[in-house]
Design a protein around this ligand. Sequence first.
Ligand SMILES: O=c1ccn([C@@H]2O[C@H](COP(=O)(O)O)[C@@H](O)[C@H]2O)c(=O)[nH]1
Length: 277
Amino acid sequence: MNRTELIRQIKAKRSFLCVGLDTDITKIPAHLHAYEDPVFEFNRQIIEATADLCVAYKPNVAFYEGAGAAGWKSLQKTWEALPKDCLSIADAKRGDIGNTSKMYARAFFDQRHSGLGFDAVTVAPYMGSDSVRPFLEFDGKWVILLALTSNAGGLDFQTIKDGEGTMLFERVIQTANTWGNADNLMYVVGATRGEAFATVRKHAPHHFLLVPGVGAQGGSLSEVCEYGMNADCGLLVNATRSIIYAADGRDFAERARQEALALQREMERELLMRGII
Ligand SMILES: O=c1ccn([C@@H]2O[C@H](COP(=O)(O)O)[C@@H](O)[C@H]2O)c(=O)[nH]1
C-alpha cells in the first residue's frame, strides 16, 4: 500500500489505528483451543471484528517465532487474512550486515520466496546504512525504522547527546532521511514520549510515524496528536493488549471491537479538530 492510498484509507475510515496482533497462546480464550490453529482463529476473529475501524495491522513476529514452524504457519495464514485496505506491518525489528538484511527483507516482503508479502517491516538502525538499504530496495514496500522507542530502556541510548547537543534518535532520523523518503520510510516513536514528537517533526515533517504505546503502556493519544500530527495525519497509532485482550471469554472479539471503536472515535475527533477530514 503506497502513501496516497494510506492517506485515503485514513480519511475514509476516519481512523489512524493500527491493531497489534501479538497473540500469546496462553492468553487466548479457552474455547479457541478446540481449533486446529487457535492462534490463527483468534487473529481471524479479531480482524473480522476490527477491520472497519483500523488502517493497519501489526503482528509482532516474536509471538509467532516462539512457536517454531507452527508459529510461522499461523503468521502466514494471518497475513493472508489481513484485509487489502489495511497496511500490513511485520514488527520484526530486523537489521544485519547487508547480505543478511537482504534475506530478512526477502523473508517478510517477497511472497514468492517466503509465503509472506507484508507491506512494511520494522528495522533497527544500529548497524547503519548497509543494514537498512536492502529493505528499501523492495519497490512499493515500507521500512519502519526505530527512532525513539516507547520502553523505559529507550532512554539508555536514544536520547544521548553528541557534542552539538543533538540526540541519537535525531541523528538516526537525519541520517536515515538520506537513505529513503516519506514514500518508503516511516519512524517508530513511542506514544510515551509526548512532547518529543515536536522534535521528531522538526526532522521528519512529512514522514509517517508508527506510534506504539497507547493503551497498556499508558501513552497519551491527544499528546501524540498535538505534537505529532501533520497535514496528512502522518500517524499510525498502535494498540495491542488493550484491544486484543480486552476480554478472555466467548465475547473477546466483540470486546476488542469496543476498545478499537473507542480509539477510532477519539482519532476521528482529532482528525476533525485539525481539519484533516
Ligand atoms: O517502541 C516500541 C516499538 C515497538 N513496540 C511494540 O508495539 C506493541 C505494543 O503493544 P501494547 O500491548 O499496545 O503495549 C508490541 O508489539 C511492542 O513490541 C513498542 O511497544 N514500543
